[in-house]
Design a protein. Structure first.
Length: 187
């Protein structure tokens, strides 16, 4: 293929980016009901490809030709149309999600007892000092996450991190699984 043919070929092919979207407040406490089949259909309708959902808590992995900010805004706008209210989407690339796994300060803990609370930007530096109800829980700030290790389990925890309301939490089992799904799309 000569240079002219290469230019013509690349002008007709779009770069596809792989994203992991974590949708906030889906199927929590009876509010924000969004069946995963509807989420998948919604994403496909937006032009995303290779769409895969994981468990009924708002995890979707897909390819998009748009950059991250445009993809996030497009999905949030569609979710607002669907739900009639703003629904936040926290977006990560496979590389960013791999960094979340690598930065987990509690790698020896049971992955079901460690959550990453995802934010759009860095969590407030004082987020953990404002936490209340802490018992045995261990907490640490990450780049765009707060990690919480529920040593005694989540069921009996009274931990409240006020700044966490701006984010969405996933346990490390889920984080690893959606990362695996995203990595499989790059094959």
């Amino acid at each position: 293929m000569g240079y002219a043919e290469f230019l013509m070929f690349t002008s007709y092919t779009k770069r596809m980016y792989i994203y992991i979207a974590l949708i906030r407040a889906v199927n929590v406490g009876g509010t924000g009901k969004l069946p995963m089949a509807a989420l998948k259909e919604m994403c496909e309708g937006l032009g995303f490809t290779s769409v895969r959902t994981y468990i009924a808590s708002g995890n979707v992995v897909f390819k998009s030709s748009m950059n991250a900010s445009k993809t996030k805004a497009t999905l949030e706008a569609q979710l607002k149309c669907y739900a009639g209210k703003n629904i936040a989407v926290l977006l990560r690339t496979p590389l960013e999600m791999a960094a979340v796994v690598a930065a987990n300060p509690y790698p020896e803990a049971a992955p079901s007892r460690v959550v990453a609370i995802f934010f759009d930007g860095a969590p407030p530096a004082d987020a953990l000092t404002k936490a209340t109800g802490r018992k045995a829980e261990e907490c640490a700030l990450g780049a765009r996450e707060i990690y919480v290790h529920y040593v005694a389990g989540m069921a009996t925890s009274t931990l409240k991190i006020p700044d966490a309301m701006a984010g969405t939490a996933r346990n490390m089992n889920t984080v690893v699984k959606v990362l695996e799904i995203a990595q499989s799309l790059s094959d």
